[in-house]
Design a protein around this ligand. Structure first.
Ligand code: PEP
Ligand code: MG
Length: 589
């Protein structure tokens, strides 16, 4: 019997990273551990048992350590949460069942363990007992921890890809995306996420097409299905017909021609028609991204997100390790500046070394500078590394999520303490290294006149500023329609920050995704933004727009845009203006 040909299905999501990818689907399960069903030989059984026991001991030690730290830092009641986790680990029924299944089925221990765990969760979730239902999340957490210890935190599921694949997942954790520097990974598509979720940001920095927030993606696709990801328009086509594939191959070719054409601007200065110089910098996540910064002709790095340094490892990066990485980046990018953002843990970026307790509103919680001020040991080690590396290039530092003057002063005081101790030790550093504050909280935007006196520059973090000022969770695809960079409230806040910065004599940049939004470019330029920092792939388009307009024209556009009453009208007006100034880009947008 001939099997039915699968039907072409189109899913609409949120465009996250431009370009078109055509390839086979590789489906990651929701736990994000891809565990193949691997058979083992009889003589390997003992070794698998030993691996299992070792992983249990390792997990127990980790949990005891966390329990101790959380009890000290947050009180014994919080520490007790981990007692429930420890009980799961000691559950003799679970362990015996795993052992019996291992001996019977002769499959790898991680596969058997995951299988038993899934069954446990299913049974518990079907029970009427509320107490037992609540234990599901404990079992899940502990299970993941044991699996991580079995697989090894650095197990790299992307390293042995034999053919070009498009990764399909419910979501990708920052530690997954941090492993994705692999050549056969040509795109991805996820159920959840938004334009500014770390997944989207990482896709851009990897320069692979991506669509997020597709809701039903993982349910609609099977491993090995052919997929088209149209990252610019947010479409994913599953099992496309030959005709559709042909159309997209044509679009892909056109996209590549435009990209090539724009790259010809690489070595030309970023200035308006009347000669106003604008700094066009790039955002990076890991030191490997520097090559792309240079190849796209950026004037330096406007945001080095250092969180990725802390990922996929069980220990903390040492001061020396950080110093080496920052020095390498500084040397490579010199004489251009590199702005290192201090650790921005929290929100959608969690790090396994710090057991941050579950929070109801993580984006409003213990994150970024709040965390660093509470953990001066971690903060100081990073600041020492940055200062020591500052003599190798043009380094600047900035703090994330400043919400008011006290916080900024406290961060500056710690930085000064670090300077004093380095001087005492005779360790050289750049005494004039610029220090900046990210303005990404409305309270900081509204008091930017006060904050400006304490720093050398501002960098506007619109990803957070928009979510906080419009009260729209930046990673929630259900309310993505409300996440409007062009909203009049956002434009007013941005104008306020730029004006206050300029009145205080400091320069103002922007490093959120809005800085690479071609529709917003003319307005931001006209509002007086001095620096745009965006993913390297957006640099050529931004340069094309800035080089095509007179400053007075951009100012006129900004003046009109800021009078418009809705984000929708601002968008429409902006795209009309873009069409006049750079018509070939307007068609792409
Ligand atoms: C921002 O909030 O705009 C920003 C650049 O920081 P992140 O996206 O890392 O929160
Ligand atoms: Mg931010």
């Amino acid at each position: 019997m001939i099997k039915d040909k699968k039907k072409e299905t189109v899913l609409k999501g949120i465009p996250a990273s431009p370009g078109i990818a055509i390839g086979k689907a590789m489906l990651l399960d929701r736990e994000q551990y891809v565990i193949p069903r691997r058979s083992i030989k009889e003589e390997q059984v003992q070794n698998e048992i030993k691996r299992f026991k070792d992983a249990l001991i390792q997990t127990k030690n980790e949990l005891l350590e966390i329990k101790k730290r959380i009890s000290e830092e947050m009180g014994v009641e919080h520490g007790q949460i981990f007692s429930a986790h420890l009980l799961v680990l000691e559950d003799s029924m679970l362990i015996e069942e795993v052992m019996a299944k291992l001996k019977k089925d002769k499959l790898s221990i991680e596969y058997v363990f995951q299988d038993v765990l899934k069954r446990y969760i299913k049974v518990f979730s079907e029970m009427d007992d509320e107490y037992l239902k609540e234990r599901i999340s404990d079992i899940n957490d502990v299970g993941k921890r044991v699996l991580r210890n079995l697989i090894g935190a650095k197990e790299d599921i992307f390293s042995n890809l034999k053919e070009k694949v498009i990764v399909i997942a419910y979501d990708l954790s920052p530690s997954d995306t941090a492993m994705m520097h692999k050549k056969n990974l040509i795109g991805f598509a996820t159920d959840i996420g938004s334009r500014t979720s770390h997944t989207a940001i990482m896709a851009k920095s990897l320069e692979i097409p991506a669509v997020v927030g597709l809701e039903a993606m993982t349910k609609s696709v099977e491993n090995g299905d052919t997929i088209i990801v149209d990252g610019a328009h947010g479409n994913v086509i599953i099992n496309p017909s030959a005709k559709t594939v042909k159309k997209y191959e044509g679009d892909k070719a056109k996209f590549l021609v435009l990209e090539k054409h724009l790259l010809e601007l690489k070595d030309l200065p970023c200035q308006t028609l009347d000669g106003r110089k604008i700094t066009l910098s790039a955002n990076i996540e890991v030191p490997e991204d520097v090559a792309s910064v240079i190849s796209h002709g950026a004037d330096g790095i406007g945001l080095y997100r250092t969180e990725y340094f802390y990922m996929n490892r069980k220990d903390l990066p040492s001061e020396d390790e950080q110093f080496k990485a920052y020095s390498v980046v500084a040397k490579k990018v010199k004489p251009h500046p590199v702005i290192i953002r201090t650790l921005d843990l929290g929100g959608d970026k969690f790090l396994s070394q710090f057991e941050v307790p579950h929070e109801m509103n993580p984006f409003l919680g213990w994150r970024a500078i709040r965390f660093c001020l509470a953990r001066p040991d971690v903060f100081k080690s990073q600041l020492r590394a940055i200062l020591r590396a500052s003599i190798y290039g043009n380094l600047k530092v900035m703090y994330p999520m400043i919400s008011g003057l006290a916080e900024l002063k406290q961060a500056n005081a710690i930085l000064e303490e670090v300077r004093v101790s380095l001087r005492k030790e005779g360790v050289p550093f750049d005494e004039n290294m610029e220090v900046g504050a990210m303005i990404e909280v409305p309270s900081a935007a509204l008091t930017s006149d006060i904050l400006a006196k304490e720093v050398d520059f501002f960098s506007i973090g619109t990803n957070d500023l928009i979510q906080y000022s419009l009260a729209v969770d930046r990673v929630n695809e259900k309310i993505a329609y409300l996440y409007e960079p062009a909203h009049p409230a956002v434009l007013r806040l941005v104008k306020n920050i730029i004006d206050n910065g300029h009145n205080a004599g400091i320069w103002v940049g922007m490093c959120g995704e809005m800085a690479g939004d071609i529709n917003m470019a003319l307005i931001l330029l006209g509002l007086g933004l001095d620096e745009f920092s965006t993913s390297p792939i957006a640099i050529p388009e931004m340069k094309r727009i800035i080089r095509a307009v007179e400053m007075s024209k951009a100012e006129e556009i900004a003046r009109e845009a800021i009078t418009l009453p809705t984000g929708e009208e601002v968008e429409r007006f902006a795209s009309k203006k873009l069409k006049e100034i750079a018509p070939e880009l307007a068609q792409e947008a």
